[in-house]
Design a protein around this ligand. Structure first.
Ligand code: CU
Length: 275
């Protein structure tokens, strides 16, 4: 049974196994297929056209399915590995153990943003950025870029309090839980964390930084927390919406999974703390 734990609670051995599985997926080429897929959706999801992975109601079920697929790939390397989540309301500075050399490594140097320590530093030669949007082939970060602050617990709670899953026009201008969690409107949770990390995390090829998975695992947990808080609030829209994935429409790129199939995470994994 897969139990997703808070990254801060991982043992040294769990961190080592997670890192090794990431490096093996990278070595085999499978890792980069996930980066490519994510970037293709970022580029094609638009507010007034087809939208599946982002700026739409299916942001949450799409990323849930994407993370399950990635976690299964990790488990094909090491069956004991589960995706950890990063609660950025609690571990909110660049001094967090998350960014230590034995885990993800730290921020980038001032000159070019290059990450210099940890398993993903260029010097290790095991994390070349091949799916990229510019010529730079090394992992970059700028933790806390421009003096930004990560969201607080109070800000998260204000979004979890929203009763309605999503609202027309079902895009980046919507009211409701999904768009506030995604961050295009209001206090800004998910988007702001991408920007806070900086480097590739601030781009469409954000899964190049392994923290992508831990950030999205926490966003996914917040969806589960919201469901527990609002058991009578359904996924919306229900049916018949142009350009948008309704409850029982299939989602690209898998074409065999619907938001309805993704509402319950417990067949796939549980969390270390109850919602
Ligand atoms: Cu994201």
């Amino acid at each position: 049974m897969t139990v997703r734990k808070n990254q801060a609670a991982l043992t040294a051995d769990e961190k080592r196994r997670f890192i090794n599985a990431l490096l093996e997926l990278k070595r085999s080429g499978r890792y980069d297929t996930f980066v490519t897929t994510h970037n293709a959706f970022i580029m094609s999801d638009t507010d007034n056209g087809d939208r599946v992975g982002h700026r739409s109601p299916s942001f949450l079920p799409w990323h849930r399915r994407f993370l399950i697929e990635f976690e299964q790939a990790l488990q094909s390397v090491d069956a004991t590995v589960a995706l950890p989540y990063w609660d950025w309301t609690a571990d909110r500075t660049s001094r967090s153990s998350l960014w230590a050399p034995d885990f993800l490594g730290g921020t980038g140097r001032a000159r070019d943003g290059q990450v210099l320590d940890g398993a993903f530093a260029r010097s290790g030669n095991r994390w070349t950025i091949t799916v990229r949007v510019d010529g730079r082939d090394y992992l970059r970060r700028d933790l806390g870029a421009g003096g930004r602050q990560l969201p607080t617990r109070a800000e998260v709670d204000s979004v979890l309090a929203m009763e309605t899953y999503d609202t027309a026009p079902w895009n980046s201008s919507s009211d409701g839980f999904r768009n506030h969690l995604e961050g295009w409107r209001g206090v800004n949770l998910h988007n702001r964390v991408h920007v806070w990390v900086g480097g590739q995390m601030g781009t469409g090829v954000s899964p190049n930084d392994p923290v992508f998975w831990m950030h999205h695992a926490f966003i996914d947990k917040l969806w589960a927390d919201w469901q527990a808080r609002h058991p009578r609030s359904p996924y919306l829209p229900a049916a018949g919406t142009a350009n948008v994935v309704d409850l029982r429409d299939t989602m690209r790129p898998w074409n065999d999974v619907t938001p309805a199939d993704m509402l319950d995470h417990t067949p796939h994994y549980t969390f270390d703390t109850a919602a």
